[in-house]
Design a binder for this molecule. Structure first.
Ligand SMILES: NC(=O)c1ccc[n+]([C@@H]2O[C@H](COP(=O)([O-])OP(=O)(O)OC[C@H]3O[C@@H](n4cnc5c(N)ncnc54)[C@H](OP(=O)(O)O)[C@@H]3O)[C@@H](O)[C@H]2O)c1
Length: 257
C-alpha cells in the first residue's frame, strides 16, 4: 500500500494486542502516531521504537475525565484516524462477577468510546474528512451469557457506530466510520478476562492489518475471518433464544478450571 504522508492516528489501547499491531502497521505505512493505554513503560518503548513525531499519554480510561483529557492532549495536532480500541471483558455468572470491574468495563468499552467518538467526529465533520474505527467484537451481534456486560457493551459499540454512519451518509459526509468485529484473537484479552479460548484464535497482526485497510477504504462492518463472518450470519438468522443458548455453551467451555 502507498505511504500516507504525515497523517496522524490516535489509538487507544495501543500497549498490547490488536492496538499495538495497528500502531506497528500504521507506522509502516508512514503514519504518525498518538498512543495511549495505562502502561506507561510500554508506551515509552513504543515511542522509542517509532521515533520522532510519536506522542503518547498514559491514561486510565476507566477514570472519569480521562477521555476528555485525551482529547485535550490531541488538540494541537490534526488527528486523521481515531481508533477506539481499548477494551476488556469480565467473565462469569452475572450475580457473581465484580460490580466494580463491570462498572470499569462500562467506562472503558462504552463511555470513553462514546465521548471520544463524539468529540473527534465533530472536528472531522467540520473539516469533512477523517476516519473513526471503533473496535467492537462479533459479540456485538449476540447475547452473551457468562460475559454478559462485555457482549452488551459491544452491542452498544456496533449500534452506535452504524447509526452514526447512516447519519453521515444522509449528510453526504466524507467522514468514514467503521466497526471492527473480530472473533477470538490471540492477545492479553483472555488473561484479563480469566478465560481460555475454545477455538483457535486469529493473530492480532492479521486482524490489525485487515481492519486498517478496510477502515481506510470506508467499509462499514469489518469481520476478519470467514468462520466469524458465518457465526455472525448464524446469530442473525437464528432466533435469539437459540443463539444465546449456543453462546452459553461456548462461553462455558472457556472457563478456567
Ligand atoms: N482478543 C479478542 O479475542 C478480541 C475479540 C474481539 C474484540 N476484541 C476487542 O479488541 C480490543 C483490544 O483488545 P485486545 O484483544 O488487543 O486485548 P489486550 O491485549 O488486553 O489489549 C487491550 C488494550 O486496552 C487497554 N486498556 C484496557 N483497559 C484500559 C483502561 N482502563 N484504560 C486505558 N486502556 C485500557 C490496554 O492497555 P493497558 O493495559 O496499558 O491499559 C491494552 O492496550 C478490545 O476492545 C477487545 O474487546 C478482542
Amino acid at each position: 500500500m502507498q505511504k500516507s504522508a504525515q497523517k496522524r492516528a490516535l489509538i487507544t489501547g495501543a500497549t498490547s494486542g490488536i492496538g499495538k499491531e495497528m500502531a506497528i502497521y500504521l507506522h509502516s505505512l508512514g503514519w504518525q502516531l498518538t498512543l495511549t493505554g495505562r502502561n506507561e513503560e510500554a508506551l515509552q518503548r513504543m515511542a522509542a521504537l517509532f521515533g520522532e513525531g510519536t506522542k503518547y499519554i498514559a491514561l486510565d480510561l476507566a477514570k472519569r475525565g480521562a477521555a476528555e483529557r485525551l482529547y485535550t492532549f490531541c488538540r494541537g495536532d490534526r488527528i486523521d484516524l481515531l481508533i477506539n480500541n481499548a477494551g476488556f471483558g469480565v467473565f462469569g455468572t452475572f450475580t457473581e462477577t465484580s460490580l466494580s470491574e463491570e462498572l470499569e468495563l462500562i467506562e472503558v468499552n462504552i463511555r470513553s468510546l462514546h465521548i471520544l467518538t463524539k468529540l473527534f467526529l465533530r472536528d472531522f465533520e467540520r473539516r469533512d474528512s477523517g476516519c473513526i474505527l471503533n473496535v467492537a467484537s462479533c459479540a456485538g451481534f449476540m447475547t452473551g451469557p457468562m460475559l454478559s456486560s462485555y457482549y452488551a457493551s459491544k452491542n452498544y459499540v456496533v449500534r452506535l457506530t452504524l447509526a452514526i454512519r447512516e447519519e453521515l451518509r444522509r449528510r453526504y459526509s466524507r467522514v468514514k466510520v467503521s466497526v471492527l468485529c473480530p472473533g477470538p484473537v490471540d492477545t492479553n484479552f483472555n488473561n484479563r478476562a480469566g478465560v481460555t479460548f475454545s477455538v483457535k484464535p486469529a493473530s492480532p497482526r492479521y486482524v490489525a492489518r485487515y481492519a486498517i485497510d478496510r477502515a481506510l477504504a470506508g467499509r462499514a462492518i469489518i469481520i476478519p475471518t470467514l468462520g466469524v463472518q458465518l457465526s455472525v450470519l448464524g446469530a442473525k438468522l437464528l432466533p435469539d433464544a437459540v443463539s444465546r443458548a449456543v453462546v452459553y455453551e461456548l462461553q462455558k467451555r472457556k472457563q478456567r478450571t
